[in-house]
Design a protein around this ligand. Sequence first.
Ligand code: NOJ
Length: 574
Amino acid sequence: MSTRDPAETDTLTPTAPLEGTATTADQGHEWWRTAVIYQVYPRSFADGDGDGVGDLPGITSRLDALGELGVDAVWLSPFYTSPQRDAGYDVADYRDVDPLFGTLDDFDALRARATELGLRVIVDVVPNHTSSDHAWFREALASPAGSAARGRYLFRDGRGPDGELPPNNWQSVFGGPAWSRVTEADGRPGQWYLHLFDSSQPDLDWTNRRVRDEFVDVLRFWLDRGVDGFRVDVAHGMVKAEGLPDYTPPAESGSMGGGQGESAPPPYWGQEGVHEIYREWHTVLAEYPGDRVLVAEAWVEPLSRLADWVRPDEMHQAFNFAYLETGWSAPAVREVVDASLQTFSSVGAPSTWVMSNHDVVRHASRLALTAENPQGYGIGPKTEGLPVPELGLARARAASALMLALPGSAYLYQGEELGLPEAIDLPDDSRQDPTWFRTDGERYGRDGCRVPLPWSATEPAFGFNATGASWLPQPADWSTYARDEQRGVAGSTLELYTRALRLRAEHELGTGTLTWLEGFGPEVVAFRSQGVTVVANMGDVPVELPVGEVLLATMVVDGPALPANATVWLATTS
Ligand code: NOJ
């Protein structure tokens, strides 16, 4: 082994609250500052009743696997009453469980099992829009223009002589116009309502106090049931600019965000008015014992703007989508890590790190794409620049090992611990994402990252259930990714994650201070934290390693060199 001693450049990376901003009760208990939080997508995790759609009893029965993996918390995507036009992000009753997923008692049982396993539970709240099946929207449709019932949503008269044109030019995130016209009680075409997403997801009017009160009540409902916090859907979208002015986003911007580099945010994303909502929610959570957490799903750029969502009296965390959207490039990763640590700590919040979720191409495929692929487009058989699977997996393992060594809090998406790739060859007639329909198949959308998990190589539906039914077909070769094929197998992706999480806890990497290491060349990300040296080789040639005991390696390291597309953690004494 070489005796090479890499040069250090210091970067301070506090993950602690700003002085004077946390109460004594908060100090030392804010588990979320360093937590690894695992996203469970209920439709696709485990299916207890065998109908092909995952459910709460299924999750409960498999929760021990997450205890064994070593995560701190689970975040459950929506399981509320819903017609499922957007996989549950279209909520018809915020205080009940959809029969597809079980009952409130099933939720309580899940919560209880999580407590036994030492896992916290975060649930989703979807405040930007309801389902068109929600009682409020039905009432609005049955009520006249200008009524209080319509005032909870964004109903407007159309443009043109007969109001036949939508009120403005906004486009839905899923494609097509963001407005739909209703038929009034007299049978004539009438007003239009705004839906930033599917037409079955009418946007609420957050200037209406009744709407605000309702959601405070919904938060309390779930806090009273013992949840540890909320992931807040579309946390950048709830308030719209006065007058709803026309807006055309830059071409090819990711569908959930946009406006990057523009001086003012788009009129429907990131409006100043959202912040007072979160200040109110913060006080609601603070009334409850323990440390409850609000996590913003806010596709806001740059990071300096996103930091506003996690000021000391607002949310506690925000997903770091700038990190997720950074490609396989060492200088870019280094820059985003630096910017994240500095920006979030400037407001006393921990940085978060995330590579995958239910809205993006799984990173085991994304990191080896050779063509641009904006968020929400998805990949399918006709996509340009499809990934080489082996390269994608190698990079995903390396990227995850790097991420799990960073100070702050990390989010995992179910299946990434198995190295699952995006399902590319889904038959067209199996696709369900509204994006696919609203763009006439021009965008594949997000189904490819939502395919039910493989638990067992040999059982029906790879152990997802006992019947073999699956709401999206599982690729035949997923037996090789099955959890039981990987459990206890040296070198498997599951063992890599399990070991990384154990070492992360042992070395307290979540509270670490990151010091960059120089001298490995431009294609390498290298740093030291808590006595652990992390080297990620994003180039094409092996790089020489410093001396140190190998704690974790994403590829076999049996000499002084780290292969391309690999990450290693070394125990170092200095
Ligand atoms: C973000 C969610 O993650 C996504 O799945 C959903 O389609 C939209 N918000 C609309 O709720």
